[in-house]
Design a protein around this ligand. Structure first.
Ligand SMILES: [Zn+2]
Length: 399
């Protein structure tokens, strides 16, 4: 059997001409006999998709432009075409996207959009991505091997294989928009913005510092976050145990990297020193600073610090989550479509991060340049062969 066979062939079991392709599952074509229900699977050739990150504003522009002809409508249609030809996939993420009202109002439409563009594939939670990267850095630190550079693999950034053939079931896949998480994140967004602005007010008064100086300062910030989350959790747990807080307060526990790092340090056999001290040493080591999300985060904040120093840029509510999304997802993306300002920041100073991870950064202003890339991807794909697979599925029956 090859995928170019006619639609109905004779069934290996009952010999009737009723054997046909039913669906695609797990990179196989599922064949099933209409008459005797005999099934067989046939392995499909491997495909390699481009992973595209769409910022939340892109989804909202898709929603707004669905009725009028503009560049976003054009992009949405093009992406859809490339998804159908198995050339790209746009995993979704609701963790960093935080306009609760927007989600409540457009819940149904958004779910549809996510399903269409992501095929049900979601980015991992930032905490999980950070953990994968930190394991690598911590091992470099503990075992003092020749420090190896982190190599992004999709498993670290995305929860399911993005390079799989889409099944017809993708049209029904469950998309999980977590409104309570979005609610919480939105509250945090407002508080964080105020905190950032407070810091900017001080930076603005200071003498000019170099980019590298700001970069070093920002790198240390994430180490502080790791320790302070752990301390807050310790306090909360103690309060619950002492009865000062109700049991439900456990839901307020923060993501805590210390919890899993300490056992790793213990297992490394450094029995003579206090593991917590080793952890502190790690968090101010070059190995920690080399962790991709730490570097990207610090790079973007340092670039903003420079703008604050030069022109008094104000903190924006989106800054924190935009930077969190970019620093977590960038290594796993071929393309990120983000806002003009952040694209500019990543492209300054010779675009070291996007070069390193080979990620193309696009924004509204540079949208046109994306079409050259689309053309190249299409040229290097046997779209006829891929369309054949889908066109030859039995569309009349679904099981
Ligand atoms: Zn049969």
């Amino acid at each position: 059997m090859t995928i170019h066979d006619v639609e109905h062939i004779s069934c290996p079991k009952c010999n009737e001409e009723t054997f046909r392709r039913l669906d695609i599952h797990n990179n196989h074509i599922l064949w099933k006999c209409k008459r005797c229900s005999y099934t067989e699977t046939e392995k499909l050739f491997p495909i390699r998709k481009k992973v595209i990150y769409l910022d939340q504003f892109v989804y909202s522009l898709f929603l707004k432009s669905s009725k009028k002809e503009d560049k976003w409508k054009k992009l949405g249609d093009k992406l859809n075409e490339l998804i159908e030809d198995q050339i790209i996939v746009c995993p979704y993420s609701t963790i960093h996207q935080t306009e609760t009202e927007f989600y409540k109002t457009y819940f149904t439409e958004l779910t549809k959009l996510y399903r269409k563009y992501s095929l049900g594939i979601e980015f991992n939670h930032p905490f999980e991505i950070e953990q994968h990267q930190l394991i690598h850095s911590l091992n470099n630190f503990l075992y003092k091997k020749e420090s190896s550079a982190y190599k992004p693999i999709w498993r670290h950034g995305i929860e399911k294989d993005p390079h799989q053939w889409a099944s017809r079931l993708s049209l029904f896949v469950n998309i999980n928009i977590n409104l309570s998480e979005i609610n919480r994140a939105e509250k945090l967004k407002k508080e964080t913005c105020k905190k950032i602005q407070k810091r900017y007010d001080e930076i603005y008064k200071e003498e000019m510092k170099s980019f590298n100086k700001d970069y070093d300062i920002e790198k240390g910030f994430l180490a502080e976050v790791i320790i302070s989350n752990h301390r807050k959790n310790e306090e909360l747990t103690r309060d619950i145990m002492l009865g000062n807080r109700p049991m439900e307060a456990y839901f307020e526990l923060l993501n805590d990297h210390v919890e899993w790092m300490l056992p790793q340090i213990n297992a490394s056999g450094e029995k003579n020193s206090n593991p917590f001290n080793i952890l502190i040493e790690f968090l101010s080591s070059e190995e920690f600073y080399q962790t991709p999300y730490v570097r990207i985060w610090a790079y973007l904040f340092a670039a903003l610090d420079q703008k604050v120093r030069a022109s008094g840029r104000r903190a924006q509510e989106g800054d924190y989550y935009d930077i969190r999304a970019i620093s977590n997802f960038l290594p796993y993306c071929d393309v990120m479509i983000i806002d003009n300002e952040f694209r500019g920041l990543l492209e300054e100073r010779g675009a070291p991060l996007t070069m390193e991870f080979d990620t193309l950064i696009i924004s509204g202003k540079t949208l046109d340049s994306l079409y050259n890339h689309f053309a190249k991807w299409i040229a290097s794909t046997d779209t006829d062969k891929i369309r054949d697979v889908y066109n030859n599925l039995d569309r009349d029956s679904f099981f």
